[in-house]
Write a protein that binds this ligand. Structure first.
Ligand SMILES: NC(=O)C1=CN([C@@H]2O[C@H](COP(=O)(O)OP(=O)(O)OC[C@H]3O[C@@H](n4cnc5c(N)ncnc54)[C@H](O)[C@@H]3O)[C@@H](O)[C@H]2O)C=CC1
Ligand SMILES: O=C(O)CCC(=O)C(=O)O
Length: 479
């Protein structure tokens, strides 16, 4: 397969090509997908300057201009979906179908925000003082820095960049260095669509590029998705200089399985939420809380299901679970299995590497049973195909456990009791609740985000995105 040498995209030009860093196919580590530059603070300066120069013209353009151009990006992504889905599978390790699905999702996100550009969300009110008019306008923030992870390498950049641009901001994207080629393809689509030079910029490289973006005095806002650890630093550094900041930092999402649940359905939901996309979703059902009466049958059936899933190369059509995305992530998955067992968890299924025809980061879907709520496996994000189970005596204990810990992104319950489902929906402390569904898998037209340590700032996506990417101006008019 071909490999490419990538460059940054700054001020409408692909510039600074270099082979300093490599991205590797996690299904076949002999396959170098791309070589790319390790950006510097000077590259960030250049990108921010280009973004600043372009921003006011972009914000002043008719919303129809922005809408039409975003729609063109959508059309290009729809047209390239098969090719980009395959690229995504090759670079990130998602299965080909999942890669296609994610590319189509990115296209639909651009199409959605093409529409949002035309809905300016302003209000006209009667003033409390006779003779005055009062109205609110939503204005662009200016230059927005976007810092994104590797697990949704096109959808997350899309759900940040599309609303940012729809509402008149210019952006500088720093993508994860595990997946630069996918972000580069997005830059190509934006370039081809004719979005004016400087409105969208991409700087490739390591964490230092993100740090320079966060610290840059001319960046008005930062939207970050990634780990809690990096998000914490990003938040502090952005706030120190008064920049607006939004952070999505993952989850340890509880899936509650009650005695009255249909066993097959509960197992299918837990396996989908825990193992698909190799568990590399911040919404993954990584912590399954099981009521005593169904516990043993559920754990046995989940282990059977885990064993039946075919682990293999992302581009092999027979694979059901792909590789970990990187050597670091692969190592982290096994480290957590070790920690969980050392702390008293029981390795009920999986836990080993899988040998395939190519050398890749393949791991068996893994179940750690008999865990206690305060073990690290139930409190820290693993981000791999590793599910822990906790036994509880009743629904009340399950809810209390679901609400423990420092994350509150997604949550789920599997039950045939409408009253317990309704109670859970109301009392679980999470930004998203799934009833008889996996905790992972979300729509793009509704808000996305969590409570507690999972998220900070306004929600992302859908109709909520306008909150972060605009600021309100209130205008009073007299005679
Ligand atoms: N919430 C989520 O959706 C995700 C959570 N994660 C978690 O994070 C772990 C590590 O994965 P990574 O992709 O390495 O996540 P990360 O949090 O280390 O990196 C996310 C992004 O931030 C950038 N970055 C790193 N250091 C920075 C700094 N000091 N200032 C500004 N930007 C910086 C990275 O280059 C990347 O683009 C995973 O194992 C998983 O637990 C990873 C990906 C997505
Ligand atoms: O579950 C989903 O569809 C979205 C998950 C997500 O946004 C993430 O893992 O970063």
């Amino acid at each position: 397969m071909t490999n490419r040498t990538l460059s940054h995209y700054i001020g409408g030009e692909f510039t600074g090509a270099s082979d300093a860093l490599e991205s590797v196919n996690p299904s076949d580590t002999s396959d170098i997908v791309a070589r790319f530059p390790d950006g510097t603070a000077a590259d960030v300066d250049a990108a921010v300057a280009a973004a600043r120069a372009a921003q006011s013209g972009w914000a002043d353009a008719s919303p129809e201009v922005r809408s039409d151009l975003l729609e063109k990006v959508a059309t290009i992504l729809f047209t390239r979906a098969e090719e980009l889905g395959e690229l995504l599978a090759r670079e990130e390790g998602k299965l080909r179908g999942e890669g296609m699905g994610e590319t189509l999702r990115a296209a639909r996100i651009f199409r959605y925000f093409s529409g949002e550009a035309l809905r300016r969300h302003g209000l006209t009110l009667e003033s409390t003082r006779p003779g005055l008019d009062v109205a609110t306008y939503r204005e662009a923030l200016g230059v927005v820095g976007l810092i994104t992870p590797w697990n949704f390498p096109i959808a997350i950049p899309a759900w940040k960049a599309a609303p940012a641009m729809a509402f008149g901001n210019s952006v500088v994207l720093k993508c994860a260095n595990v997946t630069p080629t996918v972000a580069y393809a997005l830059a190509e689509a934006i370039h081809e669509a004719g979005i004016p030079a400087g409105v969208f910029n991409l700087v490739l490289g390591r964490g230092d590029v993100g740090r320079a973006l966060v610290d840059h005095a001319d960046v008005d806002a930062i939207s970050f998705t990634g780990s809690q650890q990096v998000g914490g630093q990003v938040g502090l550094n952005a706030m120190k200089r008064g920049a607006r900041v939004q952070m999505e930092m993952g989850g340890k999402n509880p899936l509650v399985v009650l005695n009255d649940a249909d066993l097959d359905k509960a197992v299918a939901i837990a396996a989908d939420g825990g193992f698909f996309q190799t568990g590399q979703r911040c919404t993954a059902s990584s912590r399954v809380i099981v009521e005593d009466g169904i516990h043993d049958a559920f754990v046995a059936a989940l282990c059977e299901k885990a064993k039946s899933l075919k682990v293999g190369a992302a581009l092999d059509p027979s694979s059901q679970v792909g590789p970990a995305a990187s050597a670091d992530q692969f190592e982290q998955n096994f480290r957590y299995v070790g920690i969980a067992c050392d702390e008293g968890g029981r390795l009920a299924g999986g836990g080993d590497k899988v040998a395939c025809a190519t050398d890749g980061y393949f791991m068996q879907p893994t179940v750690i049973a008999d865990t206690a709520p305060d073990m690290r496996i139930n409190n820290e994000e693993v981000f791999g195909p590793v599910v822990s189970t906790v036994r509880v005596k009743d629904y009340e204990e399950a809810l209390a456990l679901a609400n423990r810990g420092n994350f509150g992104l997604s949550s789920g319950i599997v039950t045939n009791s409408l009253s317990k489902a309704r109670h859970f929906r109301k009392h679980v402390k999470a930004g998203m609740v799934m009833v008889n569904l996996p905790t992972a898998g979300v729509d793009y037209h509704v808000p996305f985000g969590g409570t507690r340590g999972s998220s900070y700032g306004p929600r992302e996506q859908g109709f909520a995105a306008v909150e972060f990417y605009t600021q309100v101006k209130t205008v009073y008019t007299g005679d």
